[in-house]
Ligand binder design. Structure first.
Ligand code: KG4
Ligand code: ZN
Length: 356
């Protein structure tokens, strides 16, 4: 079964073709992130306009790279939510139109759940082999999944496809959002995750004592207190009081101090994620752990968890951690093969607040 995936939940316009939920035939991602740099974050209006401009060429490119024509496509899967309304609408309406025009079954999928499905891709078309490093086997159930992105941080226990329990989620900021905000405090470029990771390499993670956040629910997360603790540490290291404006911090700190702050923050964020994973591993004895979403691209997180968890961990390829449509097509395949209800192409609605 060959599925075309379409993803437009934030600032990436993506289309991909996946065979049998495990073989990647093409994966095209056009990002408008450069357009958002001057604003230090995604501007919804700019993202939506840019999706409109590139969505059809991106889909054409995905079909072409996969050497697939419409005849061979068995189903279309599209991100229904969560995400930015204007962005989601472009993908959903395009998928609806194509499902009607090409007479294909349509599936609306959950973007957060789909991040986990990037880990189910284990093969690539021969032309792509040098570009991707995929796990050799898919996750085994029960699977403990940590989904860490710019919009979401949640720990989910999957007993099977579509049979899962959300163990915990963030009470405030997502961990990727915390990376982005701390980068902003230090004057590092957007997106903050990769900038923090790069800067942290030059610093010492033990310079500042940051609190590992506490929450009411055993498996819930909280990152806004950590971000504030970083702000206070940055103010004090630059020799100022707590009312020193955050916009002036970057000029008041030298590179070495920025690196120490970045490294200390990264260490604390990773430890917070790890502590939850370790506790859930102990309680639920999963057969596989999947760490997915944009923050799963973080090398320190990968190394730390690989070293300290006993369950085998499946990390998707770096290019499949950040937003892409391969994960959407893969989850779409499981919708189809598990005989989940098809979406009505005349009425499928974008759902910005869709929950797992
Ligand atoms: O999954 P994703 O592309 O989009 C959402 O669905 O949110 O995740 C983007 C997030 C951003 O917050 C970005 O800063 C973070 O992932 N990120 C990283 C790294 N690469 C991307 N965070 C930490 N370390 C990285 N290497
Ligand atoms: Zn995402």
């Amino acid at each position: 079964m060959i599925v075309l995936g379409i993803e437009t939940s934030c600032d990436e316009t993506a289309a991909a073709v996946v065979e049998d939920g495990r073989k990647l035939l093409s994966n095209i991602v056009a990002s408008s992130s450069d357009l958002h740099i001057p604003f230090g974050g995604v501007v919804p209006e700019i993202a939506a306009r840019s999706h409109i401009e590139v969505i059809l060429p991106v889909i054409d490119e995905a079909l072409k790279k996969a050497k697939t024509d419409w005849e061979q496509i068995d189903a279309i899967a599209v991100t229904q939510g969560p995400g930015l309304l204007g962005s989601l609408l472009v993908g959903v309406l395009t998928a609806r139109m194509l499902a009607i025009a090409k007479n294909k079954p349509l599936y609306g999928v959950n973007h957060v759940e789909a991040h986990v499905y990037a880990a189910f891709l284990t093969e690539v078309a021969p032309v792509l082999t040098t570009n991707y490093q995929l796990p050799s086997t898919p996750p085994k159930f029960p699977t403990l999944a940590l989904i860490v992105s710019g919009g979401h941080t949640q720990l989910v226990l999957f007993q099977d496809h579509f049979k899962y329990k959300v163990l915990g989620k963030t009470a405030d900021d997502a961990v990727g959002e915390a990376f982005d905000k701390v980068a902003k405090i230090l004057g590092l470029p957007y997106p903050g995750g990769p900038s923090i990771a790069e800067t942290a390499k030059k610093g010492s993670p033990d310079t500042i004592d940051l609190p590992v956040p506490k929450t009411e629910g055993k498996y819930d997360f909280s990152f806004s207190g950590l971000k504030t603790a970083v702000l206070r540490a940055a103010q004090s290291m630059s020799g100022h009081a707590y009312d020193f404006p955050s916009a002036r911090i970057p000029e008041a700190l030298n590179e070495a101090r920025k690196a120490d702050i970045a490294a200390s923050f990264q260490k604390t964020a990773i430890l917070t994620l790890f502590n939850h994973l370790k506790a859930a591993e102990k309680e639920f004895h999963p057969k596989s752990v999947v760490i997915a979403g944009g923050v799963a691209a973080n090398h320190e997180l990968r190394e730390y968890t690989l070293k300290h968890l006993s369950t085998s961990i499946i990390y998707p390829d770096l290019k499949l951690c950040t937003d892409n449509a391969a994960m959407i097509a893969t989850l779409g395949y499981y919708h189809a093969s598990n005989k989940r209800p098809e979406a009505n192409p005349y009425s499928l609605e974008a759902e910005p607040g869709l929950q797992m």
